[in-house]
Design a protein around this ligand. Sequence first.
Ligand code: M6R
Length: 603
Amino acid sequence: MCGIIGVASKTNQALQMILQGLEKLEYRGYDSAGLAYVKENNIVITKTKGRIKDLEEKINKQDHASIGIGHTRWATHGEANEINAHPHQVGKITIVHNGIIENYQELKKKLESFGYSFRSSTDTEVACALLDYYYQQTKSVEKAIQVFMKEAIGSYAIGLLCQEEKETLYALKKDSPLILASSKDTNFMASDIPAILEYTNTYYLLDDYEYAVITQDQISFYNKEGEPLQKEEKHYDATKEASSKGSYPHYMIKEIMEQPDTIWKTMEPFVEDGLASLKKLPSLKKYDRIDIVACGTAWHAGLVGKYFLEEYASIPVDVCLASEYRYKRLFLSSRVLVIFISQSGETADTLAALKRVKQEEGDTLGIINVKDSSIARFVDRVIYTQAGCEIAVASTKAFTAQVAILILLALTAAYEKGTMKEKEVLTFLEELRHLKAKLTPLLSNREVYQKIAEELYQKEDIFYLGRGLDYDLMMEGALKLKEISYIPSVCYAAGELKHGTISLVKEATPIIASCTNPLLDPKTMSNLKETKARGAKIYLITNNEELAKDKDIDSVLLLEKTSEFLVPFLVIIPLQLLAYEIALLRKCDIDKPRNLAKAVTVE
Ligand code: M6R
């Protein structure tokens, strides 16, 4: 989850480049930060608890360097403080690390018996000592890396400096992402592309058990035996503006506002030419069951996908949390497809679940946002969402892009299986083509959400209720609010309330609900009235004009009447905006919420 960067430059601007890169990587983790650089004959280390701006203040403004490494941390072992912050230095070796060394306790004991002692509570300091130990034995960093790769269990992307080779930077990787890149005068290593977009948008990928040797002149790649490798140059299809806030105060609001474009960009290749383009999506005809595996918001997108695949294509779908799926019995066969959904393509649990399915020879499909990410490269087939760089920790535009693909997959499957007629499919495709125009008014109406936010931002808890598809969407709405505003918000299937939870409803408890399904709406309305009878205040999102007039509803957002295929987009955008406005009033750190990080690359 941490962000790492390394720079070897012909200029003396390495410090600035590292700091700039770390700022771009800060969304990966932001509880402490540090960097190390070569100054004259020494490796200087500066670290701090807090953010990159705190680190910037601590750095000696007179210093210049042409080589160095930097780190922004999301604590795994040991609290967020200066001692535990990276870089760690042991003997001749200094490293920054993203990942977890699982056998660090065992390695620590062994290294202590060789005379090493440790200051921090981190696994990274142990990794550093292990690298130093083998360096001292072999007097070769490369040999030390090769033995380290055999002995360390777990995940790592490491940037390394050695006291005896001050013009060289090393990078090694297993199970945590790492890229290498070159601009005209500088070579980089980084955990993520935004760190280097300012300088270049071509890059190389390091695979597991590979390492790179980086100088200001070149980057060389090796496998774990030390044999040289040729790497294919990759191109990232975005400019540096893609990872900047532009004129918005937060990435989250920028990303919410981008949705009409990102949803359209994601759908366009599959809807532009009617059925001919829909057929570009993979066929689901041979499958009797689909398992969807994901975490967090991507899991919610999976729930929405399940609704459409089951309702319209009659395919039974299980939606599983990756952290559970990776350890459960799987019941796979050639008639089961496993779909992995992930924005980052690096989520550790989702990746581990995928590896298990591959081991059991299951069929896999990925719906992934980040090109060439680990999950994207490992699945049998990948469909890329076109959400672009999503920087805010709270996922918004990636969710709607994932839902767009799942809806199109359901339409394809329904057409193939004959559960929907060609004419019906074409009608829905046509409606999706006009989605953009329907979303724009929802986004330009911020005062509506600001007004509700004023009423809600000081509440101690907020309930979200719905049935069917509305329940799935409310779960995502409640997650958005929890993540960025820290207001405890629970989401319940409306019919489940009476089985215990209604005991929490008291005078003025806010209930946010959506009713967009004529078959289920009367039931949900009855449940809402039960809460009203106990003093609740009801905020309803609906496309049903009659319900909107109900006297028990305190506040209504009336949506345009559309087919169900458009409902997820129309319902979730108001919920995203409401969470944003509430967090804004509570003065929360919206893009970097407490304790969270963007890509969850540890289990
Ligand atoms: O990168 P992924 O889509 O695999 O991430 C999955 C979750 O960690 C992610 O959706 C998380 O729940 C977000 N912070 C939600 O806003």
